[in-house]
Design a protein around this ligand. Structure first.
Ligand SMILES: [Zn+2]
Length: 409
């Protein structure tokens, strides 16, 4: 063997042995998954080492795409300029959202292409059984058709078109999907370790990073919620968003759990009545009604004002985030007010004009938000009409008429 070939051969051997480790983790993860969710067959799922040369964007596109990190990033990037124009997000957010749209490969530990039944895992996580269980859950969701991507669309026949996608529905869907994966991972790990070996389950503060389960034989296995550990790498407000998506969402599954239920039954219940609204993730015990405005737009019944080139729902999560981090309300007050938002729609025109229609539970809630908004974002036009609030950027001819057109009255 020539000297030049030695490093290449070593690299090859290292790659082979790491793939062996990935396969071993996958086998163990399948055992854990089968204990947590015995009704779902993912026995043919595969795992591959995620090398620098692996083109995941291409692999995702070839599988027909779906709701992956890539899709969320693209939608966020499309909508962010309007959210910044209206002051809902701070102006530095555009850079941050670029980071998500550009897919921070360095801060992601594994990625699943559910349609292909395969997940890709970074060499550093080759031994990580917890991440593997989490990724298997994403494959399971696809097989069970638990969610309906059509409910994220705001125009007939337009699926995942960034201009006509309901951001609130996408964030809610993303959150519940990750919550399902996290619940699977935790329930599975707990049951598995209890059954197999005595372990030290001192979990510590798992929000901060991977949890190490120490086994009786001294071996340690990290069971982290897959993407938590590297949250620090993200700037605000993305970090808060990821905290919401990966952290708060397990509660929705837990809340649907009734005594005697299997984990699968709780997951099925969570999905079958899901409202595709972040308000439900924020307050799973009192889910909102699904957005009536979104439904009328999706079905083609809604009439749009002339020249509208795109629409999205801002929703409770971003309203709460605005109230707490921009308008500086305390967390409890911000959450309580955000929960009184019943429905909303943000319409966009080509020339940066925008109209945000908010329907509140009552006139006092509308007035309270109006006050907080006007103080934080002076210079935008705010029209109060009972429980309706109309906020605009640029000159909209007659906001009330435009809103009535959309609301059909
Ligand atoms: Zn995940």
């Amino acid at each position: 063997m020539t000297r030049a070939l030695v490093p290449a051969a070593l690299f090859f051997l290292l790659g082979c042995s790491l793939q062996g480790t990935v396969d071993a983790s996958l086998r163990e993860a399948k055992e854990i998954f089968a204990i947590a969710r015995p009704d779902v067959d993912i026995s043919d799922a595969r795992a591959e080492l995620w090398l620098e040369s692996t083109d995941l964007v291409k692999a995702d596109a070839e599988s027909g795409g779906g709701l992956t990190f890539f899709a969320v990033g693209t939608i966020l990037k499309e909508v962010a300029p309007t959210l910044i124009e209206l002051g809902i997000l701070e102006s530095s957010s555009l850079v941050d959202l670029d980071a998500l749209a550009g897919f921070r490969v360095d801060a992601i530990q594994a990625v699943t292409i559910p349609a292909k039944g395969v997940y890709y895992i970074k060499p550093a996580n080759a031994e990580d059984v917890g991440i593997a269980v989490h990724e298997l859950s994403h494959i399971a969701s696809r097989r069970l058709n638990y969610w309906d991507l059509r409910k994220t669309s705001l125009a007939p026949g337009k699926l995942l078109d960034p201009a006509w996608t309901d951001l609130d529905a996408v964030l809610a869907l993303w959150a519940l999907e990750e919550g399902t994966a996290e619940a699977t991972e935790w329930a599975g790990a707990a049951a598995y370790w209890k059954q197999r070996r005595p372990v030290d389950m001192s979990l510590g503060n798992y929000a901060k990073g991977p949890v190490t389960l120490r086994q009786a034989d001294g071996r340690t296995i990290s069971v982290p919620p897959g993407e938590w550990g590297l949250l620090e790498e993200y700037p605000e407000p993305l970090r808060r968003l990821l905290g919401f998506v990966y952290g708060s969402s397990q509660e929705t599954v837990k809340t649907r759990f009734e005594p005697g239920d299997s984990l699968e039954a709780a997951i099925r219940k969570s999905w079958s009545a899901f409202t595709y609204a972040t308000a439900e993730i924020l307050q799973p015990e009192a889910p909102p009604k699904p957005s009536a405005i979104a439904e009328s737009m999706r079905s083609g019944r809604a009439e749009l004002p002339v020249g509208v080139k795109g629409a999205t729902r801002v929703g409770a999560y971003l309203v709460r985030d605005f109230l707490v981090h921009r308008a500086r309300l305390d967390g409890a007050t911000g959450s309580a007010l955000a929960r009184r938002l019943q429905d909303d729609m943000l319409l966009r025109w080509d020339d940066r004009r925008a109209l945000w229609i908010l329907k509140w539970a009552d006139a006092p809630a509308s007035a309270e938000f109006s006050l907080a908004y006007s103080k934080t974002c002076p210079g935008r036009k705010v029209v109060n009409e009972g429980n309706l609030l109309l906020i605009s950027a640029g000159t909209i001819e007659d906001e009330s008429a435009a809103a009535r057109t959309l609301l059909g009255n």
